[in-house]
Design a protein around this ligand. Structure first.
Ligand SMILES: [Zn+2]
Length: 148
């Protein structure tokens, strides 16, 4: 009896050990997946580029349903964040490799059109994608056009 009990206890111990290592592996996989977070494609679709009106600095924000403007800016710590438009141009009329984030005057309650602080070209709401050879007017060109 005593001998039989001893021999059956040993495999049972191994089973317990095997189960705990499986749980350990599962927890390890879960924590890695948790750490990595959502895939880059998912992250890109829920994050937007914003501008802080107080500091003029850009930041990215995860968009959630029911979000209202202005959003909280990490730069000012206040609700001074507005969606950024992008300027795709250089001052000499070529397309930039990296677009510049621009804050529109209309969000700030300022009158008149918005010009890019980098190239001084017109930036509109939902600024269109760049078409080679057709840059938007600069501040100077725009004034000239209005005067005619
Ligand atoms: Zn520009």
């Amino acid at each position: 009896m005593g001998f039989g009990r001893g021999s059956s206890a040993q495999p049972r111990g191994r089973v317990v050990l095997a189960i705990s290592s499986v749980i350990g592996m599962a927890l390890g996989i879960w924590s890695v997946a948790h750490y990595l977070g959502p895939s880059p494609a998912v992250a890109a679709s829920t994050r937007g580029q914003y501008m802080c009106a107080e500091t003029g600095k850009p930041f990215t924000l995860t968009i959630t349903p029911g979000m209202t403007l202005p959003v909280r800016s990490p730069h000012s710590g206040k609700n001074t964040g507005y969606p950024a438009e992008f300027c795709y141009w250089t001052s000499d009329g070529n397309i930039r490799k990296e677009p510049v984030a621009v804050l529109l005057n209309s969000y700030l309650g300022k009158p008149g059109p918005t010009f890019c602080p980098d190239c001084a070209r017109l930036v509109r709401a939902r600024n269109p994608q760049p078409v080679p050879g057709h840059p938007p007017p600069t501040r100077q060109e725009y004034k000239h056009f209005e005067e005619e």
